[in-house]
Design a protein around this ligand. Structure first.
Ligand code: SF4
Length: 236
């Protein structure tokens, strides 16, 4: 396990590296202890494509909330078959029913956050497709981050942190990577069907998620706490 200061040094050395090099670093540094989380509803398929060329045995964690679009499930199945990914499906421990209508944060907690919290202690590193340009809440995302706050520390790895949305689409076009079919029908990011709308706001990739409410995150990427380290090893 890396320390917070190790993670800071790794981030400094990898910040300008190609995304697949960052991903390869994570796979080599944490053998058998790294996983990629993937919704199949957005830019994460770029990382799945890269991972298929690096090591197809790395677990790809897919949270089936029970409220996903049927198109998401069929796209996931086709994508996994094409690239030979090692998908691990996580499901909520209980069905909270239509809790999203009255308490969406609690609903996300049951359907998304708790399933990830349950398996995260198995891994030392967690890779995901967060990017700085996705929202103000993600604007300080770095390629390598040390996080506490859960049962144990985890290194969060974001190979696409400095990519733009156009970088994502350019890579997908150049590599002929299939994308979620609803991205051709006005959606720009896919989550659960009750909380996802088409969006005309081309400048905000996540505008269709919990549209019309103040909610912008499900909690999956906020339940751990980022620990920043300074050159002397001092943390903030
Ligand atoms: S996105 Fe909506 S339906 Fe899905 S877990 Fe969150 S509140 Fe519930």
């Amino acid at each position: 396990m890396l320390s917070a200061d190790d993670a800071r040094r790794a981030a400094a050395s990898l910040r300008g590296a190609p995304a697949d090099a960052v991903l390869a670093w994570a796979v080599a540094t944490f053998p058998g202890r790294v996983a990629l989380s993937l919704s199949f509803g957005g830019p994460g398929v770029v990382l799945a494509h890269m991972l298929s060329a690096i090591d197809r045995t790395v677990p790809v964690l897919f949270i089936d909330t029970g409220m996903l679009f049927p198109e998401t499930l069929s796209f996931k199945d086709a994508f996994v078959a094409r690239y030979g990914l090692n998908v691990v499906t996580l499901r909520p421990a209980s069905d909270p029913g239509p809790l999203y209508t009255t308490a969406p944060d609690a609903c996300c907690g049951i359907r998304k956050v708790e399933p990830m919290q349950r398996v995260l202690p198995l891994y030392a590193a967690w890779v995901s497709a967060l990017r700085r340009d996705q929202s103000s809440a993600r604007s300080e995302t770095d390629v390598i981050e040390y996080h506490g706050g859960g049962d144990r520390p985890v290194i969060k790895v974001h190979p696409l942190a400095y990519w733009s949305r156009s970088d994502v689409w350019r890579y997908m076009s150049e590599n002929q990577i299939p994308h979620h079919p609803l991205l051709d029908q006005g959606y720009s990011s896919l989550g659960c069907w009750p909380c996802t709308r088409p969006s005309a706001d081309a400048s905000d990739e996540r505008a269709g998620r919990w549209a019309g409410t103040a909610k912008t995150e499900c909690g999956l990427h906020t339940f751990t706490t980022r620990v920043r380290a300074r050159p002397g090893g001092e943390t903030t």
